[in-house]
Design a protein. Structure first.
Length: 266
């Protein structure tokens, strides 16, 4: 069984809304009580299992180890330098993204982040409300392109943020996507490491070797297809034959209790 947590959270599902809720000084008083010590996310130092045992049922992304929901597919987002920036879990209901950030030893960063997010989203004309979930405050936003829900948890020198994105109604409090995301988050393990990081800096994402190899093979195949389409000798005005798109591998880098991961290139 997992060890005790360093951070408390509430189980009140009542809803509050409005700008005033973002800055109320006593709003967090009930968010840090009545913790269930068996519910994560957990720090790697809090769990009894070894990392080798944990990755048997979780996808190891370096700073976070997450279980994969049944039918979930992986979508890897790369930055301009070609390094992994984020890994999204795509389900039939919408997309889930879990990432860890550096934080102070004392809790409270998530509260500040939700305030900043709410301000930014409202500036973009989104309909924003603050709700209370299993770990405390959650931010729900309706935008022109998608509905969003942000769930955050403060840990010891880290903060986890879970972002849900889906079509209209997909991230309501009782929606299937929200239930899936909360279940995944409750079993997530955070490896903060000992390296210094500025507050709010994303902790590094490291892809498993098998997933890295899959990405490299898919990118090479795509490059070859592009080269074939531009091959000399094609009659003017006639495009080269289009090869079939590469099929995503059916076996991911780690197999969890709920099914296998599948790579999906966006």
């Amino acid at each position: 069984m997992f060890g005790r947590r360093k951070k408390n959270a509430a189980t009140d599902d009542s809803r509050v809304s409005g700008v005033a809720d973002d800055t109320a000084p006593d709003a967090d008083d009930t968010e840090h009580a009545n913790v269930d010590p068996t519910v994560g996310p957990f720090d790697l130092t809090e769990v009894d299992d070894s990392r080798d045992a944990l990755v048997e049922t979780r996808l190891d992304l370096g700073s976070v180890l997450i279980p994969l929901p049944e039918g979930g597919q992986l979508q890897v987002e790369m930055n301009r330098s070609g390094a992994p920036q984020a890994v999204h879990v795509v389900t039939q209901h919408g997309r889930i993204t879990i990432a860890a950030y550096a934080a102070p030893k004392s809790p409270g960063q998530w509260r500040e982040v939700t305030g900043d997010l709410a301000t930014s989203l409202r500036a973009d004309k989104a309909d924003v409300s603050i709700e209370t979930g299993p770990w405390g405050r959650e931010l729900h936003a309706v935008t022109a392109n998608a509905d969003l829900r942000f769930i955050g948890v403060d840990g010891y020198r880290w903060m986890v943020r879970c972002v849900l994105a889906g079509p209209a109604g997909a991230v309501g409090g009782d929606a299937p996507l929200v239930a899936i995301a909360r279940n995944v988050l409750s079993q997530t393990i955070v490896d903060r490491g000992s390296d210094p990081h500025p507050v709010r800096t994303p902790l590094p994402v490291v892809l498993p070797a098998a997933l890295t190899a899959q990405l490299a093979a898919a990118q090479q195949q795509q490059a070859q297809q592009a080269a074939d389409r531009q091959a000399p000798g094609q009659p003017t005005g006639q495009a080269a034959p289009q090869p079939a798109a590469p099929t995503a591998p059916t076996e991911g880098p780690r197999r969890g209790t709920s099914g296998s991961a599948m790579q999906q290139l966006g």
